[in-house]
Ligand binder design. Structure first.
Ligand SMILES: Nc1nc2c(ncn2[C@@H]2O[C@H](COP(=O)(O)OP(=O)(O)OP(=O)(O)O)[C@@H](O)[C@H]2O)c(=O)[nH]1
Ligand SMILES: [Mg+2]
Length: 358
């Protein structure tokens, strides 16, 4: 007997709930695109065309600067900010994917009715930063932001604890999504083991990443960071409490973003920033402040990419005897040969940990 499910369907001009037969999950979740659409019904919609089929509408290009939970989006239209909803067609896709749109997306908006601005089309993305959540039989893509020039990986020395494995995960993702990364080590004023942290982070510097040590209390490193952000669109991501919003406030004091109390972030699961916001810098470019995350889930299917996307591995991989060397059990592996030479053992163990998680 086939399975049945309640589904929103467009009937006439209305969205109605209908109980329909569905295929097995394995069969349904077979399709994927850059927008993370994963089902056959999404595919059919794509075949109809990603672009709106409506005629006699006036479309204006805008950029999504805030995503709210009720399918409402704050969009920058020319020099104005407007709340828009999704067209019926995109709303349908919203039922299929958790995040059909994200902060940073360029969209076409139907402005025919000024009181009811509707997003009709998502324009092609330059890139996206996404993390993946594991469910028993599948992974779900969560779009963090799109059309980025760089990601600022924000990590605190303390409160919450420093984690080089999380930096490695971010750097792997940045390589996979082809987004330049800056590593920002914050709260250096609190660190009692700064030399130890610097010793670990020297490897990222050595492998070519931009590395900034800063404090929003002493303002050390803040102007150096500002220099790297000028005229670029940058997303700040990291654990909750790492200081993303505080750093942004230090760079742009007029913004007054809400920041957490020390006691607040010690309570597990407290997020001060609850939705992504895109805001212009006064010195050129945009920032995207995002809610904190616990870990950065990579895509299981990308396991084969980690062997050359892991920080510092890409050049060495070419010297491995086997072209598809996973740097685990193979003979004549250039990565294993370099452990405790150019690659600290801790980083190699972090690589194994990431592989095992996929
Ligand atoms: N000592 C010290 N505390 C800092 C520093 N930067 C931020 N903090 C404190 O850390 C706490 C968390 O800062 P937030 O800026 O809210 O952190 P966040 O990364 O935006 O957190 P979420 O929005 O929950 O993801 C606040 O109490 C800040 O005052 C710093 O450089 N040194
Ligand atoms: Mg915040």
């Amino acid at each position: 007997m086939s399975k049945r499910k309640d589904k929103f369907m467009t009937i006439g001009n209305e969205m109605k709930l209908k109980n329909i037969a569905i295929e097995d999950l394995d069969d349904i979740y077979y399709f994927e695109s850059s927008k993370g659409l994963k089902t056959k019904s999404s595919k059919k919609l794509l075949e109809k065309g990603e672009l709106s089929q409506k005629s006699n509408i006036k479309l204006v290009k805008g950029r999504v600067i805030e995503v709210h939970s009720n399918n409402a989006y704050k969009v920058k239209l020319h020099n104005d900010f407007k709340i828009c909803t999704l067209s019926g067609r995109l709303k349908y896709l919203a039922h299929e994917t958790r995040t059909p749109l994200c902060t940073g997306d360029y969209v076409n908006i139907d402005v025919t009715d000024e009181d009811n601005l509707r997003i009709e089309e998502i324009l092609e993305r330059k890139n996206t930063l996404s993390r993946f959540i594991n469910y028993s039989e599948r992974q779900e893509e969560v779009l963090i932001a799109s059309n980025l020039d760089q990601v600022v990986i924000t990590m605190s020395c303390k409160e919450p604890d420093f984690s080089a494995n999380l930096i490695d995960r971010y750097l792997c993702a940045a390589e996979i999504f082809e987004i330049p990364a800056i590593i920002c080590i914050n709260k250096i004023d609190l660190a009692d083991n700064l030399d130890e942290i610097k010793k670990i982070c020297d490897y990222y510097d050595y492998t070519g990443y931009k590395l900034i040590y800063c404090s929003t209390k002493t303002l050390e490193g803040i102007s150096e960071l500002k220099h790297l952000l000028k005229n670029k669109d940058s997303v700040f991501s990291g654990k909750s409490g790492a200081g993303k919003s505080s750093i942004i406030n230090s760079l742009e004091p007029g913004l007054n973003l809400k920041i957490g109390e020390i006691s607040e972030f010690n309570n597990k699961g407290t997020h001060t920033t609850t939705y992504s916001r895109m805001i212009p810098w006064s010195f050129g470019g945009y920032l995207i402040d995002t809610p904190g995350i616990k870990t950065f889930g990579l895509k299981n299917d990308d396991i084969d990419k980690i062997r050359y996307c892991f920080p510092g591995f890409s050049i060495l991989t070419e010297f491995c005897y086997f072209q598809d060397c996973t740097h685990t059990h193979e003979e004549n592996c250039a990565i294993k040969t370099n452990i405790n030479k150019t690659i600290p053992e801790e980083r190699y163990n972090s690589y194994l940990k990431i592989r095992e998680s996929l």
